[in-house]
Design a protein around this ligand. Structure first.
Ligand code: SF4
Ligand code: SF4
Length: 139
């Protein structure tokens, strides 16, 4: 009987502590916003469902490099080859914003050449768009 009472007191204490913690964290500033703000300088930010879908398309790449063969800027040292952009998909957020491609208006040669229809130009444009978002949020 005594053990049962001890157990109930023990559980009750943790239950009340748990309730206090819940109230404390609800009143505290949004922790996800704090987290994202903390990592904004590293270009880590929240992805929308559409962002995730777009980034996932890159996983179909099998490195045939057909996109590189048709890229009019393939000989430009400042320009990341389209296959590099796609194959570096896991580094898009943290690294590729440093050297976004400057693709000619309306060029979709890489998209047209890709046998698995990866939207390469959209990925490149996404990097540029999010470079701005990340640098704004880190200010
Ligand atoms: S859109 Fe594709 S093919 Fe055109 S310049 Fe950019 S990377 Fe090259
Ligand atoms: S053409 Fe498509 S599958 Fe081939 S390397 Fe380029 S992105 Fe990858």
């Amino acid at each position: 009987m005594l053990k049962k009472i001890q157990s109930l007191i023990f559980l009750g204490r943790f239950f009340i502590l748990h309730l206090f913690k819940r109230v404390f964290f609800v009143l505290k500033k949004d922790s996800s916003a704090t987290f994202l703000n903390h990592y904004a300088g590293d270009h880590i930010f929240a992805l929308s469902q559409d962002d995730k879908k777009l980034l996932m398309t890159a996983s179909a790449c099998y490195a045939c490099k057909l996109c590189d063969n048709v890229c009019p800027k393939a000989n430009d040292a400042q320009h990341n080859l389209p296959s590099f952009v796609v194959l570096s998909q896991s580094r898009l957020l943290t690294d590729l914003h440093r050297s976004p491609n400057d693709c000619p208006e309306g060029c979709h040669q890489c998209d047209l050449a890709c046998p698995v229809q990866i939207p390469i130009r959209s990925l490149i444009d996404w990097i540029k768009d999010h470079q701005n978002i990340a640098s704004i949020s880190s200010q």
